[in-house]
Design a protein around this ligand. Sequence first.
Ligand code: 5GP
Ligand code: MG
Ligand code: MG
Length: 186
Amino acid sequence: MERQLWLDRGFDLQLRYSKDRINAEIARLAAEISSDFQGQSLLIVVVLKGAFFFAADLVRELKVPVELDYVTLSSYAGTSTTGTVAIEKDLAADIAGRHVLVLEDIVDTGLTLTRLMDLLQQRGPESLNICTLIDKKERRQAEVEPKYVGIACEGGFLVGYGLDLDEQMRELSNIYEVRQTPGGVE
Ligand code: 5GP
Ligand code: MG
Ligand code: MG
């Protein structure tokens, strides 16, 4: 089991959201988004790397045509924010006049997304909304309001289903809260 692999390496993973739960939330989100944008097409902006798995599952459930584009931002080292947000790789598409939906893995303080939303807004999209798989609403420092939220969560550092701990554990199927075991390696 995927948990055991990391336990052996000194990380205790507590199951928070199973792939079944994630699938159910994605089906609900896809139905809502498809109904809101009926008769339109969407430009999906995937925030790499974390939202990659979420995006892959969500877009295949949508009932509206989509175009996919990707942006890479960075604000995190380890488990706490560094407070700086850099755009590492910009979009390829022109978003002017388009219905843009930004897909995120987690909105936490909101600092990362505020920066991105300001930038995208300046480019004149027809509409600009956020869909996040997980929302840590209580930790918000910036004014960002995802229109579509998969799961509201209180806290803890989560890994799996795209979420990483220093680039590790993204490939896990479920989402776990990670704790380092006493005497564990690293
Ligand atoms: P924010 O700028 O909203 O504080 O953080 C946004 C980004 O930080 C998220 O898109 C995600 O990549 C990362 N992040 C926030 N909370 C967590 C978490 O619990 N686990 C992981 N792996 N990344 C997180
Ligand atoms: Mg992210
Ligand atoms: Mg990360």
